[in-house]
Design a protein around this ligand. Structure first.
Ligand code: COA
Length: 290
């Protein structure tokens, strides 16, 4: 009889995988994995595909492909059960998702991971991703001394807002991508229209700059998340300080931002009252297809 080595089978996740996934994530990050909280939502996502990996017939891993726009995709939630690590499950799921991304006509796929996750760095290097940014989350406290000079943009402002973000003079400092809440994407019409519809795009000082922000709840407290800012570099400290005023107006506990670890940028934001959190530095990887 011929010996056949066990193979990993990647396939779309099914509702009946839930028990196995809850079990495998129970011990990840000392029981603090967020996957159990998002599993149902991820499974139902019409713009994404949740994938599980079976090894010897048992569900041993998962990963999600999320569509950010027609051509931009995000990879998240890569997990493998402790007893099955080192057997190539993560590698198989990476390849499976990349094949799907190509099949669906994606032009960019990105993921974010801790600086510690050497296996994920290796997979990204092996599969042709580029490390495009190293980021450290920062927060700043609210300022309640005077009104924040921001005004929400409307649906008719989409083209102008897109042009401002694409020609943003801060790009050499901050990079071109929008932080949409642990997922990054290039500004493009579909994404901008969506942000406008949710009231997330604000003009600053009557058009001198623009800020993309949203409020996020984290363990019961509200944070004002900075997705992007656009203005002349010399105005940036003032815009950041005004975001702290907006934070006070929106009754948030802090402004939260994940800037690139560039010394010039970090010095500038420190001057505007931002300080680093104790969260891990994260690496942002990107793969493009032309
Ligand atoms: C990260 C994780 C998904 C990896 O799963 P895994 O199934 O053990 O990974 P694999 O066995 O497929 O190994 C991945 C690659 O890393 C390589 N690798 C293993 N140890 C390594 C090391 N110390 N340094 C560099 N590469 C390493 C493997 O050889 C493999 O590459 P290959 O396909 O070229 O041989 C798993 O450890 C996990 O679930 N961790 C907890 C959750 C987590 O951190 N997820 C990542 C969030 S972005």
């Amino acid at each position: 009889m011929m010996f056949m080595p066990p193979v990993t089978v990647c396939r779309p996740a099914m509702p009946y995988d839930k028990a196995a996934v809850l079990e495998l994530t129970r011990t990840i990050w000392r029981g603090n994995d967020y996957v159990p909280y998002v599993w149902d939502h991820w499974l139902a996502d019409p713009r994404g595909l949740l994938v599980t990996a079976e090894y010897k017939g048992q569900v041993g891993g998962l990963v999600k492909l999320t569509q950010m726009s027609a051509a931009q995709f995000w990879m998240e939630g890569l997990r493998v059960a402790y007893p099955l690590r080192g057997l190539g499950l993560a590698s198989s799921m990476h390849e499976y998702l990349l094949a799907l991304w190509q099949k669906w006509g994606g032009s960019a796929i990105r993921l974010m991971t801790s600086y510690r996750r050497v296996r994920v760095h290796h997979l990204c290097d092996k599969h042709g991703f580029t490390l495009i940014n190293k980021m450290q989350s920062h927060t700043a406290l609210p300022l309640a001394d005077r009104p924040a000079p921001f005004k929400a943009l409307g649906a008719g402002d989409a083209a102008a807002a897109l042009a401002v973000l694409q020609a943003n003079p801060l790009i050499p400092l901050t990079g071109p991508l929008l932080d949409l809440g642990w997922k990054f994407a290039d500004p493009e019409a579909e994404i901008i229209e969506n942000m406008l519809a949710q009231g997330h795009l604000l003009s600053w000082r009557g058009g001198q700059g623009l800020a993309a922000v949203f409020v996020d709840e984290d363990e019961g407290s509200l944070n004002l998340m900075l997705a992007a800012a656009a203005c002349a570099p010399e105005d940036f400290p003032a815009l950041l300080e005004d975001l702290r005023r907006l934070c006070a107006e929106r009754a948030c506990g802090c402004v939260y931002w994940q800037p690139a670890c560039q010394p010039e940028l970090l010095a500038l934001i420190a001057g505007a009252g931002f300080s680093p959190t104790d969260e891990d530095q994260v690496f942002l990887y990107e793969k493009k297809r032309y």
